[in-house]
Design a protein around this ligand. Structure first.
Ligand SMILES: [Zn+2]
Length: 437
């Protein structure tokens, strides 16, 4: 990418670059080791006990950690500091959503997330952001792009009343019956989507469409899965109730977002079908923090907020169920609904902290969720997700040891270097001297 080369200095393909003397967390889940990593072109050439070429550029990382670029497996690049529902449609023309997404794509990289799995986009923004990233026009993560979200009439995203006669393009595409779903999926694929997302339950803050209300039929979910998989695309659902998650797993949905109120039977079904789960704990933690501060005045006082949403109980249920899922070996992903005013973009690292401090994850397992499992969910495990020879050099340098304190990943100043495909997208200014570039 020319912009990265100009801004930060690049690892020219003629010469190798070597990180040395680091603690290496390779993303596989194996214990950390001490060693180095050699980058040749866009790939990892050596890792561990290395033997770099004599003319290799060497960066000494004493006291620092080397790990794979992280993967945000539920991201909405076009969500733009959303405060209320109109910020998700009426106040967001495609132009504004696009500008937000361009900024957020760059921010993701700076925070150490070199890949992302879109969970829905206003208009068709993510598809075009992905294209611009891949063409080297703007900096951003490797992105599997979703189109607009599929939802049913009266479902969670269908919040604008019929009498408004809006007929607008925005976040949701509203379709009913399996053949209408099939057509919506086919249209999304035609326009370039890698990922199809459907909303099948409501949400705690939406009084008229709650988390436990199922808004579609099994046949509609199955129609999405069939059409997406026939064309080798991924699909996901927004689902918070046990019934909805069980239906999604049985229908073969790849990623279940949230899975908040799942019971033991549903955990078994999810485990049996191998669906990934992206709980998005940070959204629940942040909603609760924000609500207790009086952040949702349309719901009344902080106490009214708790009475109406039971947000505290929802978080408790989610933590308990994700702990059970973790113990059963269900593949949990790192990602959440960043982009609301109470979950601003750039705070992605909080999700790893919640997995460790609230759910009881071993720090190494949280790192695996943010790297290897994310790559598996993207079906790119042969190219990204771990520090192994032959994979893309998507590499982070962390000042400190995230195994000792996972929360250091919340502060992007701790992530001193970010490399994507062998090119630096973040690097200390002190290294930008002729000896390095
Ligand atoms: Zn989301």
């Amino acid at each position: 990418m020319a912009h990265a080369a100009l801004a930060n200095g690049t690892n020219g393909s003629h010469r190798s670059l070597c990180f040395n003397n680091a603690l290496i967390i390779d993303g596989t889940g194996r214990p950390a080791t001490n060693g180095g990593l050699v980058v040749k072109g866009e790939r990892i050439a050596q890792v561990g006990a290395i033997n770099p070429e004599p003319d290799a550029t060497v960066i000494d990382l004493a006291g620092k950690t080397l790990m794979p670029g992280m993967i945000l497996s539920h991201v909405h690049l076009s969500y733009n500091h959303v405060n209320d529902l109109p910020d998700l449609d009426l106040k967001q023309p495609a132009e504004v959503a696009t500008i937000a997404a361009v900024c957020n794509a760059k921010l993701m990289l700076e925070c150490g997330f070199t890949s992302g799995l879109s969970a829905g986009a206003l208009h068709m923004v993510d598809i075009h952001i992905r294209n611009a990233i891949n063409a080297g026009q703007i900096p951003g993560p490797r992105l599997l792009a979703a189109g607009r979200d599929i939802c049913q009439t009266g479902g969670m995203l269908d919040w604008n009343k019929s009498w408004l006669k809006l007929g607008m393009d925005g976040l949701g595409v509203f379709v009913d019956d399996p053949w209408a779903v099939r057509k919506a999926v086919r249209g999304m694929i035609k326009d370039g989507a890698d990922m199809i997302k459907m909303y099948i339950t409501g949400e705690g803050l939406l009084m008229e469409c709650q988390q436990t209300e199922l808004t579609c039929t099994y046949d509609e979910i199955e129609a999405m899965v069939e059409e997406a998989h026939r064309r080798n695309r991924l699909c996901s659902v927004h689902a918070r109730s046990s019934e909805s998650c069980q239906m999604a797993a049985k229908a073969g949905v790849d990623i279940i977002d949230h899975a908040t109120f799942i019971d033991d039977e549903t955990l078994d079904v999810i485990a049996e079908h191998g669906s990934f789960v992206a709980p998005g704990l940070d959204y629940l933690v942040s909603v609760l923090e924000h609500g207790k501060r009086g952040g949702f005045p349309w719901l009344g006082t902080p106490q009214d907020f708790l009475d109406k949403t039971s947000s505290d109980k929802e978080l408790e249920a989610s933590i308990g169920n994700i702990r059970k899922a973790y113990q059963r070996g269900i593949k949990i992903l790192v990602g959440s609904d960043f982009g609301f005013s109470w979950t601003p973009h750039g705070t992605y690292g909080r999700e790893l902290t919640h997995l460790v401090k609230l759910v009881g994850y071993k720090p190494m397992d949280a790192l695996v969720a943010a790297t290897r499992l994310g790559a598996e969910a993207m079906r790119m495990q042969d190219r990204i997700g771990t520090l192994e020879v032959g994979k893309y050099a998507d590499v982070l340098v962390v000042d400190g040891n995230p195994l000792e304190d996972i929360s250091i990943l919340e502060d992007r100043r701790t992530i001193t270097h970010v490399m994507k495909g062998g090119e630096f997208v973040r690097r200390p200014a002190a290294e930008l001297t002729p000896a390095y570039v």
